[in-house]
Design a protein around this ligand. Structure first.
Ligand code: HEC
Length: 152
């Protein structure tokens, strides 16, 4: 009787240990999986192959950059900041406005991809501008962003 009990206690302890070990394995694999997915999301920009084919039809001269600057100040600076650093005061749904002067482009770095990001919007914070600006104005804004972005 005594022996049997002791055995029962031992085997239940063993079972608990096994349970904890199994639990740990599950937790660690979930953690690894989410870490890998998060890393992928940050590293892989959402490239837009169709938009990459678009060429900026506006000439990249002082005039169009100046027009783009005015449009930027009017429509974008409130969120993306006066110099495009992403430090404007306004952000609708609590999102962080992108720094438009660095070389990180979450939605693609070509003129066409930036154009489509502005035209169609990318999130509940960064809304579409196709009803507020003409395509010409959006292209001019792209030129302006290029002029304040990293020189390649
Ligand atoms: C209400 C705030 C707000 C305004 C106004 C706004 N944006 Fe944004 N914008 C954002 C936010 C927030 C993001 C980041 C979205 C995300 O990562 O999901 C963003 C992202 C972007 C991106 C993508 C950047 C990347 O990394 O690929 C571009 C380009 C952009 N905005 C340009 C503009 C331009 C040009 C204007 C003006 C015509 C403008 N935005 C106006 C909030 C705003």
């Amino acid at each position: 009787m005594f022996l049997k009990n002791k055995f029962a206690v031992r085997s239940s302890r063993f079972a608990v240990k096994r349970l904890i070990a199994a639990g740990l394995v599950v937790v660690v694999s979930f953690w690894l999986l989410s870490a890998i997915t998060a890393a992928n999301v940050e590293q892989e920009p959402k490239r837009n192959v169709e938009a990459q084919k678009l060429k900026n039809p506006e000439p990249a001269n002082d005039e169009s950059i100046e027009a783009g600057k005015k449009l930027y100040q009017r429509h974008c600076a409130s969120c993306h900041g006066p110099q495009g650093k992403g430090d404007g005061s306004l952000a609708l749904a609590g999102g962080t406005p992108s720094d438009l002067t660095d070389d990180e482009w979450d939605f693609g770095s070509t003129d066409g991809e930036i154009f489509v990001a502005i035209r169609d919007g990318v999130s509940t914070d960064m809304l579409a501008y196709k009803d507020k600006m003409t395509e010409k104005q959006i292209w001019q804004t792209v030129h302006y962003l290029r002029s304040i972005g990293p020189k390649k």
